[in-house]
Design a binder for this molecule. Structure first.
Ligand code: PHE
Length: 346
């Protein structure tokens, strides 16, 4: 009998541990504390026992009953509290309210255009590399055939950087991505085909077509037997990819110290198709980049034999390409952070 009661107690307590809502709690109460519960029946059966047994068993039976009743009450208040908390939350939570939209970002128009340009060259087998924005005189100028005091330096308005222990004038913010021509040639051997996107800096008086911070994309190909025809073919393929397959191209002589011959490349205006309009300033042509055959002195400067190797290089401004492509007439809009402007380039 005593054993039975103890078994009953542990079973009841174990079952109660599983109870987590009011309905199951009521079922539990009926099973273990109800009129027809095993416990109640046992207690009623006490009458058949003799006096001394009745006292001992009765005592234990009542203890079990009291324990189960106390546990029942404790569980009940626990479940009540949980239900109330849940209802409070439900009152605060209006599930019919539409969700707040998460603002979705987008890439900056210049990042987008750089991606398109670089992709066009990637399709032609070019690697993409990047280089330092703080350069040395040696890479930005000297090894590009622009010696100190040479008047060609006037073409680039330079921000110099002060570095402890380095004479003023040695460190600067790169004025173009061309120093990467030299860095790439130094660390690899032909055949070379790379494009280099990156930020450049010039000490400019800012206006609609000049910013002191801008983006260039440099290109370099070095190999045996490369000629100006390769330059023209490559850049024409690029113009077709970015400005449309029907574009015509024009190459005219220009001067850059690190190329010989040097050229300026133009495409026929994609707005008026050469007839003349505001975008092309009524010339029918849009100049899009500088280019040329790598100067033998630049090749020799990095230890290449210029009678074996030839190459071509080009450099363009991403902002200018974007302005021409999208008909934007002020370069400053790119960096004014006006979302009404930036959101137009999805
Ligand atoms: N680095 C030149 C500039 O900034 C552009 C250029 C690059 C010209 C490569 C020729 C070859 O104006």
């Amino acid at each position: 009998m005593i054993e039975q009661l103890e078994e009953l107690r542990s079973k009841a307590l174990a079952d109660l541990g599983q109870v987590d809502d009011a309905k199951r709690l009521e079922d539990w109460r009926v099973t273990y504390l109800g009129k027809r519960s095993a416990l109640n029946q046992a207690l009623r059966g006490l009458a058949t026992l003799d006096a001394s047994d009745r006292r001992v068993v009765g005592q234990i039976g009542n203890d079990v009953k009291r324990l189960l009743e106390a546990e029942f009450v404790a569980r009940q208040s626990q479940i009540d509290r949980k239900t109330r908390e849940f209802e409070l939350v439900r009152e605060r939570l209006d599930v019919t309210l539409p969700g707040r939209p998460l603002p979705v970002g987008q890439v900056h128009p210049i990042t987008k255009v750089v991606g398109e340009i670089v992709e066009a060259f990637h399709g032609l087998g070019y690697d993409i590399v990047e280089g330092p924005e703080v350069e040395t005189d040696k890479y930005n100028f000297a090894l590009l055939n622009i010696p100190a005091e040479h008047p060609a330096r006037d073409r680039w308005d330079t921000f110099y950087v002060k570095t402890d222990g380095v004479p003023i004038g040695q460190h600067l913010l790169r004025t173009h991505t061309s120093p990467m021509q030299v860095r790439v040639m130094e660390r690899s051997r032909p055949p070379i085909r790379v494009v280099v996107p990156g930020r450049c800096y010039r000490y400019e008086a800012t206006d609609a077509t000049h910013e002191s911070e801008f983006t260039q994309i440099e290109g370099l190909a070095v190999d045996e037997h490369l000629t100006f025809a390769d330059l023209k073919g490559t850049l024409t393929a690029f113009a077709h990819a970015v400005f449309g397959a029907e574009r015509r191209t024009r190459f005219r002589v220009d001067f850059f110290p690190f190329v010989e011959p040097g050229a300026e490349m133009a495409i026929d205006c994609h707005v008026c198709h050469g007839a003349g309009c505001r975008l092309c300033k009524h010339t029918g042509w849009l100049e899009i980049m500088g280019a040329g055959m790598v100067h033998p002195r630049v090749l020799e400067g990095v230890g290449y034999d210029s009678s074996t190797y030839t190459g071509f290089a080009f450099g363009m401004g991403a902002e200018r390409i974007a302005m021409l492509k999208y008909g934007i007439d002020d370069i400053r809009t790119f960096y004014a952070n006006d979302l009404r402007f930036l959101r137009q380039f999805r």
